[in-house]
Design a protein around this ligand. Structure first.
Ligand code: C6P
Length: 405
């Protein structure tokens, strides 16, 4: 099927509303994506037809809900090419997945062990590891970044040693859109016996990661970035690791047997899924994958690259614009500033013209510190955006510049 953006836009009801008297131009997709009717329908259908708790009822509704939830898990397994279904742990999102692993590693790290993070990380992939280091006495080291927003891999090699136990890197930087060479990073980390967690929060809407080929130990992502609902995501972990890690939370669902003397834990994946999960969210996540695969990730990537190149070219024509993150491996995110103008002021003016962008540090303060700036304006494009919307952004930025200079 040929890629037809106007047909695709019909699937997204929110794209047809107005904001401040102008048709909405939604360019904050890295914060959260919009939802197609197919995903909204899956949520409504669940609540209107078979809402019930799962894995615990003999009644028909509970069985239907359990089946739908487990079918979603299977879809996720297939989508990411994961070897075993029980390696897919439902979480509330990327942040929870990282915290689950960081919590579990308290048992495996000792004073003086080293863990490596990158300079390009979101706070979610920094703070839980700092907390882990405080608990265990492990040392946090940082792969530095270059001025074009890429990681300095030669420095990474210098940091690696037999003391390195864990490496955490995002697949794509949320603040700059730079795609990190994760296959190389994983291989190098494994060569010294370290395990690797990849934060895939920003990648899965643009790329279809093949986790078996990547061979990472953990991969985390959030459904809401990829046309799915909020409050649900996955942690992929290799079965050997998930079997060794202790449970994250205690409660219903995650046990085999409970007595006051001793509790034994359920098998994977339930050991990490305490309490009633986000059932509708899991089902909606499956519907989102069906939707995205229906369009196809090659078509999505090709079209988004067209948007990125056009927007980059047009924004750079405005005098005083600096784009941060100019490395060649990049997805459809543009972080920029205009000389002498605060990003917040640009964001406020373009919003008055119906355009949604994110401004600030994007939960990646170390990157802003590196560039010595308070923040940026971030326009992040999805496959349902258009070249005309890029023109609207550029015109609005020009207007903001005129008003604020
Ligand atoms: N970034 C952004 O505007 P949660 O909130 O758990 O779904 O995802 C956290 C997270 C972790 N890693 C990366 C690389 C991310 O981009 C995010 C979320 C959003 O950039 C909201 S702060």
């Amino acid at each position: 099927m040929a890629f037809d953006v106007q047909e695709i836009r019909k699937d997204f009801p929110i794209l047809h509303r107005e904001v401040n008297g102008h048709p909405l131009v939604y360019l904050d997709n890295a914060a959260t994506s919009q939802k197609p009717q197919q995903v909204i329908d899956a949520l409504v259908h669940y609540y209107s037809h078979y809402n019930a708790n799962i894995h615990r009822g003999v009644h028909t509704l509970s069985q239907e809900a359990t089946d739908a939830y487990e079918i979603a898990r299977k879809k996720i397994q297939e989508h990411f090419n994961i070897e075993h279904k029980e390696e897919v742990i439902f979480t509330s999102g990327t942040t929870q997945g990282i915290n689950l692993v960081a919590h579990g590693f308290s048992e495996f790290l000792n004073q003086g062990d080293e863990v490596i993070v990158s300079a390009l990380e979101h706070h979610s992939n920094i703070v839980p590891w700092q907390m882990l280091c405080e608990r265990t006495g492990a040392i946090l080291k940082v792969i530095p970044m270059d001025v074009d927003g890429t990681l300095v891999l030669s420095e990474f090699e210098q940091l690696l040693s037999s003391n390195t136990k864990l490496v955490f890197v995002n697949h794509i930087s949320n603040a700059l859109g730079i795609i990190n060479p994760i296959a190389e990073i994983i291989e190098k980390a494994h060569a010294v016996g370290a395990s690797v967690l990849i934060d895939g929060a920003q990648s899965c809407s643009h790329i279809k990661p093949d986790l078996r080929a990547l061979n990472c130990d953990f991969y985390v992502t959030s459904a809401h970035k990829m046309c799915g609902p909020t409050g649900v995501g996955i942690l992929y972990g290799k079965r050997e690791w998930l079997s060794k890690l202790p449970p994250y939370q205690g409660g219903g669902e995650m046990i085999k047997e409970v007595t006051f003397e001793k509790t034994t834990y359920a098998d994977l994946p339930h050991k990490f899924e305490a309490g009633t999960p986000n059932i509708a969210g899991g089902i909606g996540f499956g519907a989102a994958l069906d939707y995205l695969n229906g369009i196809g990730f090659d078509a999505i990537a090709q079209y988004e690259t067209e948007l990125l190149n056009y927007a980059t070219e047009e924004l750079l024509k405005i005098e005083g614009v600096t784009i941060y993150g100019t490395g060649s491996e990049k997805t459809s995110v543009i972080s920029f500033n205009i000389e002498g103008i605060h990003p917040y002021d640009i964001g406020t003016i373009v919003d008055k013209l119906g355009i949604a962008v994110r401004t600030g540090h994007h939960c990646a303060q170390p990157i802003m510190d590196f560039y010595n700036i308070p923040g940026t304006v971030r326009a992040s494009f999805a496959f349902y955006n258009t070249l005309e919307e890029v023109d609207r952004l550029v015109a609005a930025v020009k207007k903001a510049k005129m008003m604020l200079s």
